[in-house]
Design a binder for this molecule. Structure first.
Ligand code: ADP
Ligand code: MG
Length: 722
């Protein structure tokens, strides 16, 4: 049984080792630890290309082997040379005494082949393994006999640790497989046949113990489909659970708040704002609570869409809560909502800010307005989730920037009303299948069209590796913009590169890609350098970063928004949502240290008003590196969705999913959300079909148990985090 504990299946010793190395508890956990690749005993691994400093596992042959007594201390040494037919490397073992050394040297006899694992080092220009572990293949005679009978058996190479070698894992997996009875199949038999997939038992056998290379593909295909189907069905069940709740309908009335608001709008809604608005209006009068994700680039008008939903809810006395990731953004939302409502509508809904930073008196007054139901639009930060905050009639929850916000928090806020409607806004364009995977329980809408009248943004890379002189031109350009009365952002990947903690200071910066350099510029260093710049030394300059107290950050941001600062030197704290129409230029230093989506978001800060935007991506990354490719990709297009796909390809989706939902990541072993897009779509269709016939999965016990196991895994992962 997959649920059996490893303790029962393998005994306490191995179970403890597996738990410590990988956190595995059950047989299912171990069997879901798939080989990374397969080695063929007949094919040796090229030694020349081994990465120095990394732990690797290779297949090689012993070329020579000798032992000797240590000269100056007790013990003996064994020197072994292994090779791949071209290159060679040395292994060194220490032994307690001459006898032990002799035994080892005999075991590693010339001509023996095996798997060797260790950290690759360099000594006297010879590649070596420092503390190698190895497992020899059966001796030559036996191998020859077997080779006669059948083709060589593949050696699975598992993700291993220093204390648990791949061949040890293979042995434990083998023992578990030998003792494994029937495995319940998550795929209904009809689907299995139709999709031409293996049984669960056969798939596990073939991925761990393939007899030939031909065994591997069908096994991977089958297990991938398991992952996709289990995940999609679980998400669909979650969605259906919300749909089973009853919601308070919030219809808009003729002549009501929404109609009055629309009539007073100084512009017309974009076609996408219109169609998403229609969807939301329908959701709000549906028989279950709305649970919708709206994706749209910065400046596409999401806040406006959310505000219209709030007004519709307010018409029947319902309250709406908008929760933002930072104080700055909450404040900005409140101001822009108040401004959009205008002096006539504002008093009717009494927009109220409720954050942790209000003074005690102010906060009490705000809380009272919220609790009494006087305020129909409440904007805040996490403080809204506090136990002390109560609503008279919470009808709608709006979450801005989902990726900064956990599912649990969304649920906590939801719990403050009687299953209120929920709207999630995100400016991070998410490829469709990622949305399906991460937000698969939500209905999704996309706002693609931007409001008319935008002057547009031009983006250029300043590649210092090839053109060092462009660094000065970047600042000349900044000075020109400022001379025309415009404002400029300069973003750094670190606060202070001189501090030992530079990396820690970096806010929200992507892990270094191949070819990326350590950040050269911290906000602190840039500020010092520009102080003596002939044209920028005199402009109104300010710094902004995450180590400043929140009220200071807020003050700087607001001063910038009022036009009292010409040049803002910042980290990515300015990333989300900030709206300064007069800001024309975004300079990003060490741009290769940022993710594609992040650069795109930063660029979205400028060109928001009537002034044309300019984005300068400064990088020292050499042409041809992944780091540089990321930067150039952003310069090449303004399409956020296309960039999101590029980002996934270049960065690997672990990060993308990981940031969104750790649970999803831990449950995806073989599935790749971009590469396997078609499979995910197919799995969703299959999941829909299965649930339509069998909502409780009583007729599909294999799928039901698989989902239950996955959910309990997630609980465990969540517990481990706390
Ligand atoms: P987002 O929240 O998606 O970043 P906002 O809703 O804050 O975008 O809108 C950005 C700016 O564009 C705001 O100043 C807003 O008033 C304005 N805006 C929104 N929709 C339109 C539209 N249809 N036409 C013109 N301007 C718009
Ligand atoms: Mg916004």
């Amino acid at each position: 049984m997959l649920d059996s504990s490893l303790d029962d299946a393998l005994g306490a010793g191995p179970a403890k080792v597996l738990d410590r190395a990988f956190g595995m508890r059950s047989v299912g956990d171990l069997l879901a630890h798939y080989p990374r690749r397969y080695a063929d005993p007949g094919e040796l691994t090229p030694i020349r290309d081994l990465p120095i400093g990394e732990t690797v596992t290779i297949v090689a042959e012993v070329l020579s082997s000798s032992y000797r007594r240590m000269r100056n201390r007790p013990g003996a040494m064994v020197d072994v040379v292994i090779g791949d037919g071209i290159g060679r490397m040395s292994l060194t073992f220490f032994a307690k005494n001459l006898g032990a050394a002799q035994w080892r040297a005999n075991e590693l006899a010339v001509g023996r082949r095996g798997v060797f694992s260790g950290r690759v080092g360099m000594f006297n220009n010879v590649t070596q393994f420092a503390h190698p572990e190895y497992e020899l293949f059966e001796d030559e005679d036996a191998a020859r006999r077997r080779a006669d009978a059948r083709a060589a058996i593949l050696i699975p190479i598992y993700p291993a640790t220093a204390s648990l070698q791949t061949w040890q894992i293979a042995k434990l997996v083998g023992r578990v497989l030998d003792g494994l009875g029937d495995v319940p199949d998550p795929l209904p038999p009809a689907i299995r046949a139709q999709e031409d997939l293996l049984s669960a038992r056969a798939a596990l056998e073939q991925i761990h113990r393939p007899r030939t290379r031909n065994d591997i593909d069908p096994a991977v295909r089958t297990l991938r489909m398991h992952e996709a189907l289990i995940l999609q069905t679980a998400l669909l069940q979650q969605r259906d659970a919300v749909r089973a709740l009853s919601a308070t309908a919030r219809p808009s009335k003729p002549g009501g708040l929404l109609e009055r608001f629309d009539a007073a709008l100084p512009f017309t809604l974009t076609p996408d704002q219109q169609s998403v608005g229609v969807q939301i209006a329908a959701d709000l009068v549906g028989s279950w609570p709305m649970n919708r994700l709206v994706q749209g680039e910065v400046g596409s008008g999401k806040t406006l869409v959310a505000l219209r939903a709030m007004l519709q809810v307010a018409e029947s006395g319902g309250q709406a809560a908008l929760i933002a990731p930072t104080e700055v953004l909450a404040g900005q939302h409140l101001r822009s909502i108040t401004r959009m409502l205008g002096p006539e509508l504002s008093p009717l809904v009494m927009p109220t800010l409720l954050t942790g930073q209000l003074g005690a008196k102010e906060r009490r007054r705000a809380a009272l307005r919220v609790a009494s139901g006087q305020s129909l639009i409440v904007v805040g930060t996490h403080a809204l989730l506090g136990e002390k905050t109560t609503f008279a009639d919470l009808g709608l929850v709006v979450v801005d920037e989902q990726h900064r916000f956990g599912v649990e928090q969304r649920e906590a806020l939801r719990a403050k009303g009687a299953s209120p409607h929920a709207l999630v806004l995100t400016a991070t364009p998410i490829p469709r299948t990622v949305a399906m995977t991460v937000f698969g329980d939500l209905d999704t809408s996309v706002i693609r069209s931007m409001p008319a009248g935008r002057a547009g943004i031009q983006t250029f890379t300043a590649p210092l590796a090839e053109h060092p002189g462009w660094f000065n031109r970047v600042w000349d350009r900044a000075a020109e913009e400022i001379a025309q009365g415009r404002q400029v952002f300069a973003v750094c990947a670190a606060i202070d590169t001189a501090a030992k903690t530079a990396e820690v200071d970096a806010e929200q910066v992507a892990p270094p890609a191949d070819g990326a350099n350590a950040p050269r510029w911290g906000v602190v260093q840039l500020d010092e350098a520009l102080a003596t710049h002939p044209r920028l030394g005199q402009v109104r300059r300010a710094v902004l970063h995450g180590r400043m107290p929140a009220d200071e950050k807020d003050a700087v941001m607001q001063a910038f928004a009022r036009g009292e600062i010409d040049l803002l030197l910042a980290t990515t704290v300015i990333e989300v949502g900030v709206d300064v129409p007069n800001a024309s230029t975004m300079i990003v230093l060490d741009a290769d240290r940022f993710g594609v989506s992040q650069l795109h978001q930063l660029r979205g800060r400028v060109g928001r008003g009537g002034v044309p935007g300019l984005c300068l991506l400064v990088t020292e990354a050499e042409s041809g590196t992944v780091a540089r490719e990321r930067v150039d990709a952003v310069a090449a297009t303004l399409d956020g969705f296309a960039l999101a796909e590029v980002d996934l390809e270049l960065r690997g989706e672990g990060d993308v999913l990981g940031a969104a939902q750790a649970g999803v990541r831990s449950s995806l072993k073989l599935l790749r959300v971009v590469k396997d897009a078609d499979l995910i779509v197919r799995a969703r269709e299959l999941g829909e079909a299965i649930l339509r016939e069998d909502p409780d999965l009583t007729e599909n016990p294999g799928l039901q148990t698989a989902i239950a196991r996955r959910v309990s895994d997630e609980d465990r992962a969540a517990l481990a985090k706390n």
